[in-house]
Design a protein around this ligand. Structure first.
Ligand SMILES: *Cc1c(COP(=O)(O)O)cnc(C)c1O
Length: 374
């Protein structure tokens, strides 16, 4: 049996009729940028997250970059201010900070959850810290109640990186409604994925929403009038229409991911493989994970990956090189971040997705249990 890592073709094939209908509607409308499809998706997604506003942009990186930029334009932060980010995040979270000439302060994650650890965040706060940028990595919400308390105490803004966690919630409060703003990516492989690039910011701050709407559109709030030297970062009508279709199916797809995760969590029993810290079986904490990725650790990762490949199980590494070891950030290459480095050396992501069958998951479990690290 062959188990692909993620079958995007199958995911979208299941929704083909609805997607084609929505696509046809846009083609026939004669209106392709900044119309009803965008306004409608923005309203639906804001509502889904429980936020007041949603501002569609071209991709997830822009969602983060433009939010920090907007706070600069609004006078809330300035160049040189420090932004606390998890050291093990996907590089985009950090690119958004450096693009704005802000200073990323890399904080080691919690090894159990791969997310920011509140006590280490508090220890990293200086007189120049202005923003916390928690990333809900692999689909699991960071400890937002604790991070919000820290932010309140030290008067910090929170920008959530929710690119991997659409729909994840704690106590009924979703990703996108915990921070002062939240950046989402709708890259095709994300839990809510367009059929191309797309992203959005959610917020309940009216001034921020207005500033972002101008910034994404050349800095213009009214035709031919420019408030800021902005950029062109728009979510076009076709992608907005695709996303409105896909949003309707997101919760059912998340439930399916949870079924697959449960098969893995209950079935994989191998001392050479460390499972993700399972959210305890209480309903509230189960909701905190939407299983964008199912990431395990092994000290013999390369061996495990080739063993699984022989069994027809496709795996990927998220991520092989930590940001501080990238050539792009040569100034950090000598820094020692042992937890982050161990994570990048040991993680491996098992197949996960809304069209995966339980039979396929059982095959992955058997392949994992047959692995011998010796
Ligand atoms: C995908 C991703 C991004 C960037 O989103 P794009 O739409 O690809 O620009 C940012 N942060 C995280 C954590 C991501 O996974």
């Amino acid at each position: 049996m062959n188990v692909p890592f993620l079958d995007l073709k199958a995911i979208n094939a299941g929704l083909r009729a609805e997607l084609v209908e929505a696509c046809t509607r846009v083609i026939d409308s004669g209106w392709y940028i900044g119309g009803n499809e965008l306004a409608s998706f923005e309203a639906q997604f804001a509502d889904y997250c429980g936020a007041q506003y949603c501002i569609g942009v071209a991709n997830g990186l822009d969602a983060l970059t433009l939010t920090l930029r907007a706070w600069k334009e609004m006078g809330k932060i300035k160049e040189g201010d420090e932004v606390i980010v998890p050291a093990n995040t996907y590089i985009a979270s950090i690119l958004a900070v450096t693009e704005n000439r802000l200073v990323p302060v890399l904080v080691e994650p919690d090894l159990e959850t791969y997310n920011l650890c509140p006590s280490k965040v508090e220890a990293a706060i200086t007189s120049r810290t202005r923003v916390l940028l928690p990333v809900h990595l692999y689909g699991q919400l960071a400890d937002m109640p604790a991070l919000r308390e820290i932010a309140q105490k030290h008067n910090l803004l929170i920008l959530e990186d929710s690119a991997q966690s659409h729909g994840a919630s704690i106590d009924g409060r979703k990703a996108g409604n915990w921070g002062d703003a939240s950046g989402f990516s709708f890259y095709p492989g994300k839990n809510l994925g367009a059929l191309g690039d797309a992203g959005a910011i959610t917020t309940s701050d009216a001034e921020l929403a207005q500033t972002l709407k101008a910034l994404r559109n050349y800095g213009s709030h009214e035709k031919y009038k420019n408030l800021f030297p902005g950029v062109n970062s728009r979510l076009d009508e076709i992608q907005a229409a695709m996303l409105s279709v896909k949003l309707k199916h997101l919760d059912a797809q998340t439930e399916h991911r949870r079924v697959i995760a449960d098969v893995y969590l209950k079935g994989i029993k191998n001392p050479a493989i460390t499972l993700p810290a399972a959210p305890s079986m209480s309903a509230a904490s189960l909701e905190s994970h939407v299983w964008h990725l199912f990431v395990v650790r092994s000290e013999r990762r390369e061996l495990l990956q080739s063993h699984l490949a022989e069994q027809g199980v496709q795996t990927l590494i998220h991520y092989p090189i930590p940001p501080h070891r990238q050539q792009a950030y040569a100034e950090w290459n000598q820094r020692s971040l042992p937890i982050t480095e161990a994570i990048h050396e040991q993680v491996i992501s098992l197949p996960m997705g809304p069209t995966m069958t339980v039979e396929e998951a059982n095959h992955v479990v058997a392949a994992c249990n047959a692995f011998s690290a010796g």
